[in-house]
Design a binder for this molecule. Sequence first.
Ligand code: PMM
Length: 277
Amino acid sequence: MPTPERTKIMGVLNVTPDSFSDGGRYFDHEAAIAHGFELLRSGADIIDVGGESTRPGSVRVDEAEELRRVVPVIRELAAAGAVISVDTMRSKVAEASLNVGAHIINDVSAGLSDPTMLAVASATGAPVVLMHWRGYLDRASASFYYDDVVAEVIAELKMRIDEALTVGVEPDNIILDPGLGFSKNAEHNWQILGALDEFANLDHRLLVAASRKRFISTLLSPKDPKFAEESAKDQATAAISALSARAGAWAVRVHEPTTSAIAATVINAVNSHSPAA
Ligand SMILES: Nc1nc2ncc(COP(=O)(O)O)nc2c(=O)[nH]1
């Protein structure tokens, strides 16, 4: 369902010591809150606050630690008027975050990890991101086999949509995310990005999160991805944000909002002057 207005920018705020792209920079609450305000100043419409790294091989933190990391940060940013999504697979963390002012649940397991998550989304009326991740139980696995990654991801997301609707989540509160890099290799990711219109036409809002991911680093620095410059990764991310906006994505999830906000603004001008507009 292509969004009529400009694609929103969701700024990434990982309050973790080990996220793959910015692990440790904002682990301290003061630094996290300061970075949240910096993201807003740089063009973010939403701040996505996460307390648990999801990178391959990462070890889960316990619920108490995840709560300790995110709740104070969300409370402070929400009190200042920021629109917040909480990036968590735990319903208790989602509930606590909504109680201190978060607006959106961002569940990278699409409700599979915690059986009460979708019921919390239904009961609270909070929009919920359902992200596709076959390997949510087995983080060590780098990727899975797909015959047709686009068709299979869509089919599996549709199963999550059905379950969400069954427990009472409003259709308008369902946001879909193909889960770039989650149990998917670079080839899978590029195929998904080449078919974003199929995702955008699933009658639910679409979130695209490619920012600084390994498949971008590998494209920019094939010999050794770790030599890809952060600014180059952000420019590549902005190109994907433009592609996402053109397909009608509701939002893009990025570490550096400015370039993607500019890309979304340009594409919004194109979309609003297109015959279909
Ligand atoms: N909805 C959604 N949430 C996510 N949270 C974390 C990460 C991992 O990367 P990070 O280090 O950028 O947080 N990727 C996603 C994603 O692709 N989609």
